[in-house]
Design a binder for this molecule. Structure first.
Ligand SMILES: NC(=O)c1ccc[n+]([C@@H]2O[C@H](COP(=O)([O-])OP(=O)(O)OC[C@H]3O[C@@H](n4cnc5c(N)ncnc54)[C@H](OP(=O)(O)O)[C@@H]3O)[C@@H](O)[C@H]2O)c1
Ligand SMILES: [Zn+2]
Ligand SMILES: [Zn+2]
Length: 366
């Protein structure tokens, strides 16, 4: 069975021949991988900055954004059946009895840090022909989403963020009562995380703008504008001018991984605004921040700043439901987020070569 494996010890990424997964235990399911998405996390693992092989293994099979087909079910399986399309969750609970988050099935909030993640930390991932996992980590995807189901996992970032935003905004008694004022959101960054955030926020009822680096015209800007989100380039519009363009910024959804521009935009977050961080920057030299201004704004404007790492069980389900809505509303644009489909042999260029397009996907089986 072919698999893409990272060997941190010898700093190599290789297509290996590995054993087919074990026989099925109670509640377990065998999947045939159809597609695996490639993201910045995979590229970081393939440059040996990140990623941990399972205990006792010198390599880690990479890949965490998946779409697969059920080919065999073990005893007692009730949630999936053969031929179902499924997406398998990435993060797994830590073993500690006193971790309330993991014991509540919310390993995305794990307190000990001893969680594992398939394809990232301590567990092999999905860039291989078959996997076996427990049904409790699987979500059925409607057959109608065959072409875009691989976007489920990256979309969980925005969907978990939205779940938390809704919880925070229950503090505003008018938020659920409608009203005439349309809330406004600015998405920072126009990569896959940003664009899926744009779709999520528009669907949630926000007048949504994109603030990102590259000047127009460019394909990401065109995609954002074709679904009704004006694109503003940070090279053409300084942060200070954003409120003029947008009005009161109710939500910032950060998807750049760039801390400087993010803290700059935090300065113009509006009254009662919520700033959602999703980016994971590499550590660089410290840069100055106007702490008095940020603290005054946080207090005097009732602001909330939070970060979110994906994702819990509910965010996967929300993500699949959201994909169904996006597919009805923007079928063409949703498909345009996947800019390349490649054979598994193209792994080296995708993981270690120059970045191109929006979301690249490795097609493992037809
Ligand atoms: N929270 C989580 O669980 C989670 C999971 C996966 C990934 N992430 C993080 O999510 C972030 C976004 O991921 P992605 O795959 O969408 O990344 P990406 O494809 O690299 O896209 C980043 C976008 O941000 C823009 N950008 C970068 N630096 C900028 C700056 N200084 N000013 C303005 N715009 C800037 C880029 O502009 P150009 O188009 O001009 O290059 C690009 O549009 C990453 O930091 C990643 O680590 C988080
Ligand atoms: Zn990813
Ligand atoms: Zn835990």
């Amino acid at each position: 069975m072919r698999a893409v494996a990272v060997f941190p010890g010898k700093k190599q990424v290789q297509l290996i021949d590995t054993e087919a997964p074990r026989a099925l235990g109670e509640g377990e399911v065998r999947l045939r991988m159809l597609e695996v998405g490639v993201c910045g996390t995979d590229r970081e693992i393939a440059s040996f900055q990140y990623g941990t092989p399972p205990e006792g293994s010198e390599f880690l099979v990479i890949g965490h954004e998946s779409l697969a087909e059920v080919i065999e079910i073990g005893k007692g399986v009730t949630r999936v059946k053969p031929k179902d399309l499924v997406v398998t969750m990435v993060r797994r609970p830590c073993p500690h009895a006193d971790c309330p988050a993991c014991r509540a099935g919310r390993q995305d909030f794990c307190l000990t840090g001893d969680f594992t993640e398939r394809g990232i930390k301590g567990r092999h991932g999905f860039m291989t022909e078959q996997i076996v996992d427990h049904e409790r980590f699987m979500h059925v995807v409607p057959q109608a989403l065959r072409e875009v189901g691989v976007l489920t996992e990256p979309l969980t970032i925005a969907q978990k963020g939205l779940n938390e935003l809704r919880a925070i905004n229950t503090r505003l008694p008018w938020s659920s009562a409608g009203g005439t004022r349309k809330p406004k959101a600015v998405v920072l960054g126009a990569g896959p995380v940003g664009l899926l955030g744009v779709m999520s926020l528009i669907e949630e009822g926000f007048e949504t703008y994109v603030y990102s680096r590259s000047k127009k015209p460019n394909p990401k800007a065109a995609l954002a504008e074709s679904i009704g989100a004006p694109y503003i380039s940070s090279e053409e519009c300084p942060v200070e001018s954003l409120p003029e363009r947008v009005g009161n910024i109710d939500v910032v959804y950060e998807a750049t991984g760039a801390s400087r521009v993010s803290f700059d935009v935090m300065r113009v977050l509006g009254t009662n605004g919520v700033f959602i961080f999703t980016g994971v920057p590499g550590r660089k030299a410290p840069t100055p921040v106007d702490t008095d201004l940020l603290m005054r704004n946080l207090v005097l404007k009732n602001q909330v700043v939070f970060g979110t790492v994906n994702a819990g069980f509910d965010a996967y389900q929300n993500s699949i439901d959201a994909l169904t809505k996006f597919d009805r509303r923007w079928p063409e644009q949703l498909r345009k987020i996947i800019t390349g489909r490649h054979a598994i042999d193209a792994y080296a260029g995708l993981l270690q070569g120059a970045e191109s397009g929006i979301k690249d996907v490795i097609r493992i089986a037809a």
